[in-house]
Design a protein. Structure first.
Length: 402
């Protein structure tokens, strides 16, 4: 237990430092603003929602996924394969604490989601399903069963076995969620809860006796969860612990001339290659453009569309600014006889062109879904932001990070 507490404390000490940097980056202001916009239009959407909207199926599918998904944070490390393996039979309290810790985090996430959907629940389902707290309490009970079952599934050797059990739990959770939100008699809910209990006692407990802990799998899961957090933090500051993940993506080589512009410049080429292949810069860029396009398509015509356009372009600019630090830990790049101005120009070029592409996509969405005036304003503001953001603001963030 001392070891477990030390590892949890060390993780949160590090996480809090990165969270402070994220909070100081201005990103939280963007999130707050998006929440305010979303809450305003959320209430309007509920008022205009047709009676035929499948609220029951929405809640069933969403909470079946939320109940089923979830990983167990064990805080294990690579060296544990050697040093803790002989003590595996004495680690019950360690892994039980990991399950409780994971349940608390997952229960918090599920509660926040239920609070967000509470207005729709109160409008369409509360008469049949019952009170908010009654439903939330039952969901938490089922979440605890899923956390315990997920932990036992970590003992299986293959991903196929774990996936088949995931599907089984999803079906059971889906049946429970449907009965819960449709207002079925409590005896049916109790029957599903009884089935869950029997599955855990008669099946999952036998797995413990038959199979040992798969340390390599636990370490792999822990590393993926850590890398997920580091990738988020890396959008706002340099993260030395982030292991580079390189994907070939040779099918995108045709984009290199557009992104690099200058074939004789080392950093033009390096930044273009990095954006396409390393640490999922391309994936984050694509997802932000996609989400921004979706929001612009569903928002009512007006100045709020321009605000959303600017907010997402600012988020993309922050993400692109981290390209500057990507090769800081690579000593070979420092050997290149290149002036600093060439590196600055490369960052400006790639960020300007990517922001231009984003402007074109978002104004194209506005052209289809909004008024001509809003489209023209969005185009002008997007072009202006692309130029100023890539030539001035992105370099200020670079200096602040230093």
């Amino acid at each position: 237990m001392t070891l477990w507490k030390e590892r949890v404390g060390a993780y949160w000490n590090e996480a809090i430092r990165y969270l402070r940097l994220i909070g100081n980056s201005g990103f939280l202001f963007t999130v707050y603003f998006l929440i305010l916009i979303g809450s305003f239009y959320y209430s309007q959407l509920l008022q205009e929602l047709p009676e035929s909207f499948p609220s029951l199926w929405l809640f069933t599918i969403v909470f079946a996924l939320v109940l089923t998904r979830g990983r167990i944070r064990t805080f294990v490390k690579q060296a544990d394969v050697v040093f803790l393996l002989p003590y595996e039979t004495k680690l019950d309290r360690y892994f039980r604490s990991s399950q409780i810790y994971s349940f608390i985090l997952q229960a918090f996430t599920m509660t926040v989601l239920f609070i967000v959907l509470a207005p729709l629940f109160a409008l369409r389902l509360t008469d049949a399903a019952g009170s908010f707290w009654f439903v939330l309490g039952l969901l938490l009970v089922v979440k605890a069963w899923n956390v315990g079952s997920t932990w036992q599934e970590q003992r299986f050797q293959s991903d196929q076995e774990r996936m088949s059990h995931f599907v089984l739990r999803f079906l059971v959770n889906g049946a429970f969620a449907y009965l819960l939100f449709s207002g079925a008699d409590f005896i049916y809910l109790a029957a599903v809860l009884l089935i869950m209990g029997l599955l855990y006692v008669l099946y999952y407990q036998k797995v413990v006796k038959k199979l040992s802990i798969k340390w390599d799998h636990l370490i792999n899961v822990e590393q993926r969860m850590l890398m997920f957090f580091y990738r988020i933090a890396n959008a706002f500051t340099d993260v030395p612990q982030l292991k580079e993940q390189v994907r070939s993506r040779s099918y995108l080589n045709g984009l290199l001339p557009f992104l690099s512009a200058n074939k004789k410049s080392v950093y033009h080429y390096l930044f273009a290659r990095t954006f396409i292949r390393a640490n999922d810069y391309l994936g984050v860029y694509f997802r932000l453009v996609l989400v921004a396009s979706f929001l612009l398509a569903i928002l009512p015509n007006g100045w709020m569309e321009i605000v959303v356009l600017l907010l997402f372009m600012h988020m993309v600019m922050m993400q692109l600014s981290t390209l500057w630090f990507h090769y800081d830990t690579n000593m070979w790049v420092d050997l290149y006889p290149i002036e600093e101005e060439g590196r600055n120009h490369a960052l400006t070029t790639i960020s300007f062109r990517l922001l231009l592409v984003m402007t074109g996509v978002l104004t194209g969405v506005l052209l289809v879904t909004s008024t001509y005036l809003i489209t023209v304003i969005g185009l002008v503001i997007g072009l202006g932001f692309s130029y100023v953001g890539s030539t001035k603001w992105i370099h200020r963030r670079k200096k602040q990070a230093w």
